[in-house]
Write a protein that binds this ligand. Structure first.
Ligand code: DX5
Ligand code: ZN
Length: 221
């Protein structure tokens, strides 16, 4: 299980996205939060910005769609060249079809669950996905406090994934920082989104390295 770090550009300077992407070239992914002011109260960016960002960076893009109609939009992000596209189960109306479309467009397919959404009803979907995203805050904003209440679900998800062959990555998103990342890694997460903990640091690349080594130390133990 390799640790991967995915800095969220939600906490970056949106007027300098190419530079902000370059500032974390040691990261595995660049996490892009697409919010539509309907599924979540916040509004961020959409496909045109992702297309521009794809031209401006060689770091793979990890698109997290917090939008009301992911079935309509998710395949386009995959076709544009995003390496990973994640949709929320609370929003998708035809998740199996949408996840298959993401994969057939050449991207990794991700399924996201809000803090209060149980993982067990979706066990049969594990074969349809490459990554399970467990929100560790209510989605919508960066800089929120990590919700420890999600940790038992991280553990149960890791067990379900192991029972299904262990191929699916387990991502945590929200409030992940030097204070909380070890708890997530111990519970079985292997992909870590961090917005404010990376872009709020004086040296974002150093913050990525520090988070990575904390997670590696905790998941090895
Ligand atoms: C929140 C977003 C996160 C956000 C995380 O809804 O999905 O990706 O950027 O920000 P931090 O790491 O500051 O909690
Ligand atoms: Zn996110």
């Amino acid at each position: 299980m390799a640790v991967q770090i995915s800095p969220s550009i939600l906490s970056a300077d949106f007027s300098r996205l190419a530079d902000e992407a370059a500032a974390v070239s040691n990261a595995d992914w660049l996490h892009v939060d697409v919010m539509d002011n309907h599924f979540v109260p916040n509004l961020t960016l959409g496909l045109p910005v992702v297309e521009s960002l794809l031209k401006a960076t060689s770091t793979p893009i990890d698109c997290h769609l917090m939008i009301e109609d992911p079935d309509r939009w998710a395949p386009a992000y995959a076709e544009a060249g995003a390496g990973s596209v994640t949709v929320h189960i609370e929003a998708a109306k035809a998740p199996v079809r949408t996840l298959r479309q993401i994969r057939s467009a050449g991207a990794r397919a991700g399924l996201a669950l809000n803090p209060a959404t149980a993982v067990e009803p979706y066990e049969d979907l594990l074969g349809e996905i490459d990554m399970l995203l467990l929100m560790t805050v209510e989605p919508g904003f960066g800089g929120q406090r990590f919700l420890d209440v999600v940790l038992p679900k991280v553990r149960r998800s890791r067990d379900l994934i192991a029972a299904h062959g262990g191929q699916v990555w387990l991502q945590v998103d929200g409030g992940v920082s030097a204070e909380t990342i070890e708890r997530c890694a111990e519970a079985g997460a292997d992909v870590f989104v961090a917005g404010s903990a990376v872009y709020g640091a004086d040296d974002p690349a150093k913050a990525v390295d520090a988070l990575r080594s904390l997670a590696e130390g905790a998941s090895a133990s």
